[in-house]
Design a protein around this ligand. Structure first.
Ligand code: UD1
Length: 425
């Protein structure tokens, strides 16, 4: 028996909600702490399961990690192990981010292949090719990525696709390589800029963060720092969609609205009144039933693949027909099968989904397949008649601190029922 949420339909969400640090940033910043001997302090960390899992990964290579509320302190010893083998490795995708720092610092790494959400194929070829360009060998052996180098040297690297994970790993290896590295077609996500900012505070020389060309001048060593994680734009956007879907009025703080420009523009097109507060947050008020809008997922500054379930959920209750195109993770459309259980009129064809808005959704038991799909089902349940049971909610707990509490404070009625299930996927 695992936990599920009973989501009572018919709520209109109103009020204010604060967003804390980004999951997709904090885990990578924790990995970056491996690059400097001594104690690195990371503040504004979200209280989600993935943070203690990443702490276990760092402990497996010899770090001492303390988690104190929203502060994580990582002490990296002089003698670090190059083998990251914790069982936590298989539970979260971000664990692969220790590869770049270990190769950078120790010129050697054996890193168990990562797990994480079941959202589609997640190869590591670009990570490996980047490290090879820097002078390392890299192979997959016995379920691990094995990389080794006599010394790392700067290189010109073109990525086939602006992969977030590959950009991060190559960047974290290049900061300690000899000479200049240029990463072209680099990912431009705000979380990349956040890591580059922290690495800069540690003494790295990086220019172009937030653009598609990153230039790194290698340095001999880095020193520990204290860094505040940027606000979680994906969580912020979740509350924005929740406001639009429930015809609510929600103010979101702790997130930079510049990181959500396209998302907020889409909600304006759906009929929301959106106000932004520079660097601080935004307000979304939805006076009428939303109008249908098309969505296309793309690397940042495009519409994030993580937000695709919310685009589907919004479209399912909007007036009209929406076309949603998924360009990053093909398996994310599995979410639509669950939406159909709730009465959504949706069908997929390859990378595209067509969703015809219905007047009301109808409650049903549904299953979360990943973090965002789980949150999307809860938002859909808020727009259904009766009580929707959302199962496998451990996925949601991996990405959203105080998810139920935050929604209930905004006027939803959601009950957590049962005993805790598996820790992570
Ligand atoms: C992705 C999202 C990111 C989001 C994160 C968390 C994109 C571009 N990236 O990052 O915004 O924060 O999920 O959910 O939307 N790929 C390869 N070879 C590689 C690496 C990646 O083919 O070596 C492919 C992947 O299969 C995928 C695409 O490139 O189709 C994007 O991968 P990547 O950006 O690395 O994914 P994440 O780092 O998980």
């Amino acid at each position: 028996m695992s936990e599920h949420f009973d989501v009572h339909g018919g709520a209109r969400l109103t009020g204010e909600v604060e967003v804390v640090g980004a999951k997709n940033s904090v885990l990578k910043l924790m990995a970056a702490a491996l690059l400097a001997e001594g104690t690195t302090t990371i503040t504004n960390c979200p209280r989600i399961l993935d943070v203690p899992l990443m702490a276990d990964v760092l402990r497996s290579v010899g770090c001492h990690v303390e988690i104190d509320d929203d502060v994580v302190r990582i002490t990296t010893p002089a003698e670090l192990s190059h083998e990251a083998s914790s069982s936590a490795m298989s539970k979260l995708r971000a664990s692969v981010c220790v590869l770049g720092p270990l190769v950078g610092k120790l010129k050697k790494a054996v890193v168990a292949l990562p797990g994480g959400d079941a959202i589609g194929s997640r190869p590591l070829d670009m990570h490996q090719n980047g490290l090879r360009k820097l002078g390392a060998t890299s192979a997959i052996e016995h379920g691990c990525v094995v990389a080794e180098a006599d010394g790392l040297h700067g290189a010109q690297i073109w990525l086939d696709f602006p992969s977030v994970g590959a950009t991060e790993n190559i960047l974290m290896a290049a900061v300690l390589a000899e000479g200049t590295t240029v990463i072209d077609n680099a990912a431009r996500e705000p979380e990349i800029a956040d890591i580059a900012a922290m690495l800069g505070e540690m003494g790295a020389k990086i220019s172009g963060a937030g653009t598609s060309t990153l230039t790194v001048e290698g340095v001999a060593e880095l020193k520990p720092t204290e860094h505040r994680v940027i606000g979680d734009r994906i969580v912020g956007a979740t509350w924005a969609f929740a406001a639009a879907m429930t015809r609510g009025d929600v103010t979101v703080t702790g997130v930079d609205p510049h990181h959500l420009e396209l998302v907020l523009e889409k909600l304006r097109l759906a009929g929301a009144e959106v106000t932004t507060y520079d660097g601080k947050g935004f307000r979304v008020r939805q006076p009428e039933r939303p109008e249908s809008v098309d969505f296309v997922t793309l690397p940042y500054p495009g519409f994030a693949t993580d937000l695709q379930p919310f685009a589907v959920a919004l479209s399912s209750v909007s007036n009209g027909t929406s076309m949603i195109t998924e360009n990053v993770y093909e398996a994310r459309f599995r979410f639509i099968e669950e939406m159909v259980r709730l009465g959504a009129d949706a069908r997929t064809d390859g990378h595209h989904a067509v969703v015809r808005g219905v007047g009301a959704l109808s409650s049903a038991p549904v299953w979360a397949s990943d973090i965002r799909a789980g949150a999307g089902l809860v938002l859909a349940g808020l727009c259904a008649d009766g009580v929707t049971e959302v199962w496998d909610v451990f996925h949601i707990d991996r990405g959203y601190p105080h998810f139920v509490e935050n929604l209930n404070r905004l006027g939803a009625r959601i009950d957590r029922v049962g005993t805790p299930g598996p820790e992570s996927d």
